[in-house]
Structure formats: structure tokens, C-alpha cells
Design a protein around this ligand. Structure first.
Ligand code: HEC
Length: 241
């Protein structure tokens, strides 16, 4: 049995299997690119600037605990929408805990200065409604435990399956055995590191760089395995031996 498995090489596989594996790797490769693009578009914009940075990771998992989204808007992007004294009144309401009892006082200000754009049709948060204003006034604690558990288990199950198949294919490549073992196990190790880093960053923002390393780690291992598998399935150097 071991002998048979050891003699299986990608270049010697029947054409059907090579087409199957190639199709699978191409689609998975496309999926990985999309995953990368999605990370850039969601987490990448968390700090308001394009491109993935440490701040993005910290904002996504730990949150921006220096204040609420509403306060950040009133001192940042939305600063020029209302006169300074109005901004101060609104910020004060936010800092005092966005009390319902004082809504009467601030509602006309939200209506007057924000309502034009932040209406029901705009798709922007309706800051003229108490509900929306209140939730924007809460300090941003980043990802919730329930969303982290959900994303973690999907990620661990889903991605380990992808790397099981990528690894099964690459296991048939002609490669130094030690390196083969390292490359096949690396994505699993980095997957655990990646998921662990979200949880660590949720509580300690210093761990954000773990997330970066985790992501880069398995992308790199995947790239080597993909490259070697494609080459050995199709290049004459391996198929014509
Ligand atoms: C001229 C139109 C306009 C006015 C007036 C305006 N906003 Fe905005 N606001 C926007 C747009 C457009 C965005 C989203 C684009 C962006 O984030 O750059 C936005 C985003 C925001 C966000 C961020 C939402 C999020 O989910 O992160 C907050 C909070 C906000 N506005 C609050 C206010 C408040 C409070 C006022 C009134 C003082 C106000 N805005 C007035 C157009 C407006």
C-alpha cells in the first residue's frame, strides 16, 4: 500500500485526474483571490482608508474604544455639516450616554443638520431616529463574541477542507519529503494562528500583527503547493519521465 502511494506522482496521473485536480485548484485559487478582495473591502476600510493596515485589524476585532461612531463622525467626516456649537451639543448628548430623556432636545438638531442626507432612502444610518442615533452613540467594541464564534467555526471547518484537498494533490508531487510535510502542515498551523489571533486581538489589540502573519503564512504555502502541482501535472519535465 505504502509503495503504491509513494509511486503516485502528479505527472503520471491519468488525464482525467489531472483535469479534475487542475479544475479544482483553479476554482479554489479564484476563491482565495476573492477572499483576499473581500478582506480588503471590508476590514481594509475599517479605519476609513483603503488598504489593510494594523489599524483595520484592531478596529475590526478590538473596536475603536476611544469613542463612538457618532462622535468620530461629528469630530471627523461630518464635522462641517453643522455649526461648532451644535456639534458640541450633540457630542455632549453622546458622551452623557445618549439618554432618551434628552432626545427631545437634540432631535431637532439632527433633523435640521443631518436629516437631508441621512433619510430613509439614502441607505445611510437614520440619525434622526432615536434607535439609530443610540446605536451609533455606543462605544465600538469591535467584533462580538457570537460573531467571532460563528466566523471561527465556519473558517476552521471550511478552510481545513480546502487544504485537505490541496494537500492531497500536492502530496503526489515530487518534492523533498521534509519540505513536503512542512508545506502540507503549514496552512493548518497558520489557520489556527489566524483564528486565535482574532480572539486575542478582540481583547488585546497588540495581537493584530498575528492576524497579518497568519493570513500571509497560508497564502504563501498555498502558492507554493499550487505552483508545484500545476507544473508537475502539465510540464513535460515531469509528465515525460
Ligand atoms: C451632505 C450630506 C450629509 C449630511 C448633511 C450629513 N451626513 Fe453623515 N454621512 C453622509 C455620507 C454620504 C456618509 C457616508 C460616507 C462616508 O462615510 O464617507 C455619512 C456618514 C455618516 C456617519 C458614519 C456612519 C457609519 O456607519 O459609520 C455618521 C455617524 C454620520 N454620517 C452622522 C452625521 C450627523 C450626526 C450629521 C449631522 C450633524 C450628518 N451625518 C450630516 C452624508 C451626510
Amino acid at each position: 500500500m505504502t509503495d503504491v502511494l509513494n509511486r503516485l506522482t502528479l505527472g503520471k496521473l491519468p488525464l482525467t485526474y489531472r483535469f479534475l485536480f487542475t479544475s479544482f485548484l483553479l476554482v479554489v485559487g479564484l476563491g482565495l483571490c476573492m477572499a483576499g478582495a473581500q478582506i480588503m473591502l471590508t476590514h481594509g476600510m475599517a479605519d476609513g482608508k483603503p488598504g489593510l493596515s494594523m489599524d483595520d485589524i484592531v478596529y475590526s476585532y478590538y473596536g475603536n474604544r476611544s469613542g463612538s461612531k457618532l462622535e468620530a463622525a461629528l469630530t471627523g467626516k461630518m464635522k462641517d455639516k453643522a455649526p461648532a456649537n451644535v456639534n458640541i451639543t450633540l457630542i455632549k448628548w453622546v458622551r452623557d450616554g445618549a439618554k432618551e430623556a434628552e432626545w427631545e432636545k437634540v432631535e431637532p438638531l439632527f433633523q435640521k443638520y443631518c436629516g437631508n442626507c441621512h433619510d430613509a432612502e439614502s441607505g445611510l444610518p437614520e440619525v434622526t431616529k432615536l434607535e439609530a442615533a443610540k446605536s451609533l452613540a455606543e462605544v465600538d467594541h469591535g467584533a462580538s463574541i457570537s460573531s467571532l464564534t460563528r466566523v471561527s467555526h465556519i473558517h476552521l471547518f471550511g478552510i481545513s477542507f480546502i487544504f485537505l484537498f490541496v494537500g492531497l494533490i500536492f502530496a503526489m508531487a515530487e518534492f523533498n519529503t521534509l519540505w513536503k510535510i512542512v508545506l502540507i502542515t503549514t496552512p493548518f498551523a497558520f489557520l489556527v494562528l489566524d483564528v486565535a489571533s482574532w480572539w486575542l486581538t478582540k481583547f488585546w489589540p497588540e495581537f493584530a500583527w498575528f492576524t497579518m502573519i497568519g493570513g500571509m503564512g497560508y497564502s504563501l504555502a498555498a502558492l507554493v503547493m499550487f505552483g508545484a502541482s500545476f507544473a508537475q501535472m502539465w510540464l513535460p519535465r515531469w509528465t515525460k519521465k
